[in-house]
Design a protein around this ligand. Structure first.
Ligand SMILES: Cc1ncc(COP(=O)(O)O)c(C=O)c1O
Length: 441
């Protein structure tokens, strides 16, 4: 029998491949995925953050099995069902905000962001969005049009949304403005609002509280607060995309809580579904209710996915996974900083909780991105038993987003593998041929 990869190449469309893909999975349990060759691979990505509770968590298995065995339809569009209603109630209970609010349920971060673009434009009568260079908001047309990630847009021949405004994300390690980069970005945005992007045209500012795909960039303290204040002063909605970094991952329930802001609308996805397709948008009733039929997809509010979403939220609380993410995040970041002392490839270690970036550089002075080396580290780690991907415009930032259930022993195992992988790449023991064929855009 041909390998899974060979069979896949013969039947599956290459257009769904991205970044780095040597893994062929035949099963998964906890923090590990089983590779076709039988090896248990420690998944330090949790499938790009989707498998928030790892694989086969009993709460997820039970919720899905129960819901499937007595399935109250397959949609919320035309059938009210208990799991979808209860999930909305439970989301409203944990998402900060005032006044009358509503929840929309979808399948993926992409459709949640599409829904928000559509509903915010309809409700405000304004169609321009302010987004960030490097931001990623989805693979559907709507999400791509507001994303500031050029390789994907080039590949898909997607133009930015008409009237779109992009501003730099405040990156303390690679600042585009001198001095206080957070304040300079705010000043620049204010200047745009005074000149070519009048607030009367701006539907909202859409931001990731930590920019993940764009290079795992953590904004300087106070930036989000400054942005929220600016939006308030100018009468513009602040919208947070929590798809990747929300729901416990940062060691807080919401990533935007780092600065104590309360966005007007928030999109969720990935981890909310515990590996199943589920997303949500939370916002003010006067925006979210109008008009009916604005964003309909048949399996929105699917009761099986909603039941799993409820189980994920319950488990985050019952197993104290926000606290675990904070503790394991500290352990990993401290360990990685120690590794940085002996590995010249490591230029910067940054993150919050269990969303961590390791910026690899060829030279610590110039900070030249170590792109090829980064792919090699990912490949060597995979050979040694750990899976993670890389992000950033120059694909040189290792991204760790392990399951929130990660144990201290697993975190230690991950650190040891990363140490060995860095050692082998620095010693030139990983040839170029090792990464050929596995690197997507
Ligand atoms: C911040 C953010 N928003 C939205 C999306 C789109 O989510 P999905 O791929 O699940 O549609 C992503 C995907 O990586 C993301 O990182």
């Amino acid at each position: 029998m041909a390998s899974l990869q060979a069979r896949e190449r013969a039947v599956a469309a290459e257009m769904q491949k991205v970044r780095f893909f040597p893994m062929s999975a035949v099963g998964g349990k906890g923090s590990y995925i089983i590779n076709e060759d039988g090896r248990r691979i420690l998944d330090l990505s949790s499938t790009w953050g989707a498998a928030a509770l790892g694989y086969g968590h009993p709460a997820v298995v039970e919720a899905a099995t129960q819901a499937l065995s007595n399935m109250p339809g397959a949609t919320q569009c035309t059938i009210t069902n208990e799991p979808a209603v209860a999930l909305a109630e439970e989301l409203l209970a944990i998402v900060p905000g005032n006044g009358d609010r509503r929840v929309w349920l979808g399948h993926a971060g992409s459709d949640a962001n599409d829904a928000l673009i559509r509903v915010v434009s309809a409700a405000t009568g304004r169609s321009r969005f302010v987004c960030f260079i490097g931001g990623t908001h989805g693979g559907t047309s709507g999400g791509l049009e507001v994303s500031g990630y050029s390789p994907l847009q080039h590949q898909t021949r997607t133009s930015p949304r008409a009237g779109q405004v992009f501003v730099p994300y405040p990156d303390p390690y690679r600042p585009v403005f001198p001095g206080d980069v957070g304040q300079r970005v705010l000043d620049y945005l204010d200047y745009l609002l005074h000149t070519i992007a009048p607030p009367a045209q701006i539907a909202g500012v859409l931001i990731e509280a930590i920019m993940s795909d764009g290079g795992l960039v953590v904004p300087p303290p106070g930036f989000l607060k400054g942005l929220a204040d600016l939006c308030k002063r100018r009468g513009i909605l602040l919208i947070c995309d929590e798809v990747k970094v929300g729901l416990g991952r940062t060691g807080m329930m919401h990533a935007f809580e780092a600065d104590g802001v309360s966005p007007d609308l928030i999109s969720f996805g990935k981890g909310l579904g515990g590996g199943l397709p589920l997303s949500a948008l939370v916002g003010p009733a006067e925006i979210m209710n109008d008009p009916r039929g604005l964003t309909v997809m048949t399996t929105c509010g699917n009761p099986v996915c909603a039941s799993v979403g409820r189980a994920v939220l319950r488990t985050i609380q019952s197993e104290k996974l926000v606290e675990n993410a904070a503790a394991r995040g500290r352990q990993l970041q401290e360990g990685l900083r120690q590794l940085a002392n002996k590995h010249p490839l490591v230029g910067d270690v940054r993150g919050r909780g269990l969303v961590i970036g390791i910026d690899l550089v060829r030279d610590r002075q110039t900070r030249e991105p170590a792109t090829k080396e980064c792919a090699k580290v990912a490949m060597r780690a995979f050979q040694l038993g750990a899976l993670f991907y890389y992000v950033g415009h120059t694909s040189n930032v290792i991204e760790l987003t392990p399951p929130l259930t990660l144990s201290a022993a697993e975190a230690e195992e991950g650190l040891q593998i990363i140490d060995r992988a860095l050692t082998d790449v620095e010693a030139g023991r990983v040839p170029d041929s090792a990464i050929e064929g596995f690197a997507g855009i």
